[in-house]
Design a protein around this ligand. Structure first.
Ligand code: EPZ
Length: 434
């Protein structure tokens, strides 16, 4: 059983480089398989296990995928031939549902398992399915699969019921090769949507308006491969902000897009942290004790739901009471684990009331979901004594080398346990074409 063992109380100091964004890489890797000419070469791809999973899914569909010796990811979409995404891989990750948009656009046929619920609530895909239907796909839901087919996807006008990153992405993929123009309204405006649009346009697509409420996609005949670098991970950057803040640290967070974390930076300044903004970095200098503050999550550019859990962890030892309202998901299950470390948190439906305590105490805790894992690491960094965190594999879905980076910043943190997980990346070698 792999675990992270943290002896708390060490102040984080030094510099840390942020990886490429997981939530951009996942959609761009799928989008790369839309190309039927040449190959896509992606740089700054984070080697987290979710990225490994999406690569294995593409390989199972016939796409050639490999990392070269410079850690660049090569994707050759021309060989895509399977329209059935494998359940044993898809069930691991909701973003696998992006293959539905890819398969309908490329093959006119898709059989993709419906993503199940997860620790942050039920995660329906009804908006995705309604959009595909409006684009002319015949869809049957049976045995836990979405089975879709169409002679040709036709451009449509589609209003997405609420801001949804996944729906916006999936329909951008489908519309890129559709006949005619698709107008998506009430789109998500996250930076990862803009990153995908820039990538698609580089491949020869015609996507306008990404980053605003309305995205217009004019379908084209064919897409070609390009070289591209994934944007920095704003959620990893935010995770390091709260890790530095809770330890009274002084940390330079490098290779980021400062604009993408404007709301977390405003909130952490409210908590008493000094933030020095560079062009591609920020310096976080935290006080001995943070001040409590109120926050509510909302779609970009609001405070991101994925940083709600790291923020609550930091507020557990702040001076005063913080009120945190979660408007996107049902994601407070991890609070039970923080309480085992001495946190004083009351949850009422979508609101957590966090009364700051002087000190948390180390304890054995269990990770419930990816960002909850980040929150438990952050709490462990400041807790007195030893914290053992079980469920490391869940953290590694979205963070590559988190404990190594924290150790380099002075944390007393070790990963204990067998490395029985097969390193999926080493299995992805360049195919020898016969
Ligand atoms: C993406 O999830 C991210 N995942 C999430 O990050 C992030 O928290 C979320 O966007 C923020 O909105 C990836 O990019 C891989 P949504 P996604 O569609 O696309 C409801 C992480 O930790 N909804 O924007 O699944 C939905 O239930 C993860 O990196 C429907 O009702 O989220 C939610 O309440 C966690 N029907 C809201 O919309 C649908 O068909 C926003 O979800 C689709 C969504």
């Amino acid at each position: 059983m792999t675990k992270l063992v943290i002896n708390g109380g060490k102040r984080l100091q030094g510099e840390v480089k942020v990886n490429g964004a997981k939530n951009s890489a996942l959609s761009i890797i799928v989008a790369a398989a839309l190309a039927t000419k040449g190959e896509c070469i992606l740089d700054n791809v984070p080697k987290s296990s979710d990225v490994g999973t999406i690569c294995l899914i593409l390989k199972s569909l016939g796409v050639e995928v490999w990392f070269d010796q410079n850690d660049k990811l090569h994707i050759v979409g021309a060989s895509l031939k399977e329209y059935q995404a494998p359940y044993d891989l898809v069930r691991k990750m909701r973003a696998s549902f992006y293959t539905a948009g890819l398969l309908l656009a490329r093959l006119g046929k898709a059989e993709v398992p419906l993503p199940g619920g997860c620790a942050i609530g039920s995660r329906p895909v009804d908006f995705h399915i309604r959009g595909f239907t409006q684009m002319g796909a015949d869809i049957v839901i049976e045995h836990g699969f979405m089975k879709a087919q169409c002679d040709e996807l036709i451009g449509t006008n589609y209003y997405i019921n609420r801001s949804s990153v996944g729906t916006t992405i999936n329909l951008m993929l489908a519309a890129s090769l559709a006949k005619g123009t698709t107008v998506l309204e009430n789109c998500a405006k996250e930076p990862e949507i803009v990153d995908l649009a820039i990538f698609l346009n580089g491949m020869g697509a015609n996507v306008r308006g990404a980053g605003t409420d309305i995205i217009r996609i004019k379908g084209v005949e064919q897409l070609h491969g390009i070289e591209y670098s994934i944007i920095p991970d704003r959620i990893e950057a935010g995770t390091f902000i709260f890790a530095a803040a809770i330890t009274g640290g002084d940390v330079l967070i490098k290779d980021i897009v400062v604009e993408h974390i404007r709301s977390p930076l405003s909130k952490i300044e409210e908590a008493g942290v000094i933030v020095e903004r560079g062009s591609t970095s920020i310096r976080i200098t935290a006080p001995e004790r943070l001040k409590a503050m109120d926050v509510e999550t909302s779609p970009y550019p609001g405070f991101p739901t994925d940083l709600q859990q790291p923020l609550v962890a930091a507020m557990c030892v702040a001076d005063g009471t913080s009120v945190v309202r979660e408007n996107i998901f049902d994601r407070f299950r991890y609070v039970d684990e923080l309480r085992r470390m001495g946190a004083d948190i009351k949850v009422e439906r979508e609101t957590a009331i966090v009364r700051g305590v002087k000190q948390l105490t180390g304890a054995p805790v269990e990770v419930t979901d990816l960002r909850a894992g980040a929150a438990l690491v952050i709490a462990g960094l400041a807790a007195s004594g030893t914290t053992e965190i079980y469920g490391v594999d869940i953290i590694e879905r979205g963070y590559a080398s988190l404990e190594t980076k924290l150790e380099q910043l002075g944390a007393d943190i070790k990963r204990i346990g067998s490395q029985e997980e097969i390193d999926v990346f080493s299995s992805m070698k360049k195919p020898t074409r016969v």
